[in-house]
Design a protein around this ligand. Structure first.
Ligand code: DC
Length: 241
C-alpha cells in the first residue's frame, strides 16, 4: 500500500504551516516543512557570504548541507537555525535559491526519502502535489486573500503590512514564474480558502476530503478534530505559513 501522503501547497501566508501541523497532529502522522529546507540552504549560503544567485556555489551547499529537522526546529550543519531561517534577509534571498534546479533536485530526493523513512506524512510546500508527490493521497491547495496573508506575516514576525504585502507578492511572482517546479494548482487538488476560517474549520474541511477518498481510517488516528484548538483563526499560530 502506498504511504499516506497529504500535500499542502499554496502561496506564502496562506496558512500552510499552521494547517499542515494541526492536520498531522489530528491524524497522528508526521509533518514536513519543505520551505524550511530551502530556507536552510539559503541560511548557509548567506552565512558563508555567498550570493544566492551564484548557481554553482549554491548547488554545492545544497548537496553538502546537513539538516536535522523536527516539527518545530531546523538545525543546519549542527547549528540551531530555527529563528535565523525566518529573517527578512532569508525571505529576500530564498526564492533565488529555490529557483536553482540542482538545489531542487537535491531537496526533492531528501523529501522523498523522508516519506520513505516515516511511512507517510503531511508535507507542505509549493511543488509537493505537482512534482514531489504527484500520486499523493490528497492534494490541498491553500489560498487566502493578499491582505489576510500580509496581516498574518505581520502578526508572526512584525513589520509594516504594506511592505510585507509587497514582499509577499514579489516572492509569489518569482515562485510562480520560475522554470523549475513553479507554484501552481494541480487540477486534482482541492482548493481551501483559509481567509475567514478557524483552524478547526479548515481541518474539518480537509478531513472531509480525506474521508471522501476513503481508506484513511485504517492508517492513523481518526478522532474528530477536537484536538485542534477550536475557534482559533490562523493569525499568529504558526511560525511560518
Ligand atoms: O513556505 P516558505 O515561505 O517557508 O518557503 C520559502 C521559499 O521556498 C519560498 O520562496 C518558496 C520556496 N519553496 C519552494 O520553492 N518549494 C517548496 N516545496 C517549498 C518552498
Amino acid at each position: 500500500m502506498n504511504p499516506l501522503v497529504i500535500a499542502i501547497d499554496g502561496p506564502a501566508g496562506a496558512g500552510k504551516s499552521t494547517i499542515a501541523k494541526a492536520l498531522a497532529a489530528d491524524i497522528g502522522i508526521e509533518y514536513l516543512d519543505t520551505g524550511a529546507m530551502y530556507r536552510g540552504v539559503t541560511y548557509e549560503v548567506l552565512k558563508r557570504g555567498l550570493e544566492a544567485t551564484d548557481i554553482d556555489a549554491v548547488s554545492r551547499i545544497a548537496q553538502e548541507v546537513q539538516f536535522v529537522q523536527t516539527r518545530d526546529s531546523l538545525h543546519v550543519n549542527g547549528v540551531d537555525a530555527t529563528a535565523a531561517i525566518r529573517t527578512p534577509e532569508v525571505d529576500a534571498a530564498v526564492s533565488h535559491v529555490a529557483a536553482n534546479s540542482a538545489v531542487r533536485e537535491e531537496m526533492r530526493a531528501r523529501q522523498r526519502q523522508w516519506i520513505a523513512d516515516h511511512g507517510g506524512g503531511v508535507v507542505e510546500g509549493r511543488d509537493i502535489g505537482s512534482v514531489v508527490f504527484p500520486d499523493a493521497t490528497l492534494k490541498v491547495y491553500l489560498v487566502a486573500s493578499p491582505l489576510v496573508r500580509a496581516k498574518r506575516r505581520v502578526a508572526q514576525h512584525g513589520g509594516d503590512v504594506d511592505e510585507i504585502a509587497r514582499a509577499i507578492t514579489e516572492r509569489d511572482q518569482r515562485d510562480s514564474t520560475r522554470e523549475d517546479s513553479p507554484l501552481r494548482r494541480m487540477p486534482d487538488a482541492v482548493i481551501v480558502d483559509t481567509s475567514d476560517h478557524s483552524v478547526a474549520q479548515v481541518i474539518a474541511e480537509i478531513r472531509q476530503h480525506l474521508a471522501e477518498r476513503g481508506n484513511v481510517a485504517e492508517r492513523g488516528n481518526v478522532a474528530d478534530s477536537s484536538n485542534v484548538a477550536g475557534g482559533n483563526n490562523l493569525t499568529g499560530r504558526a511560525n511560518s505559513s
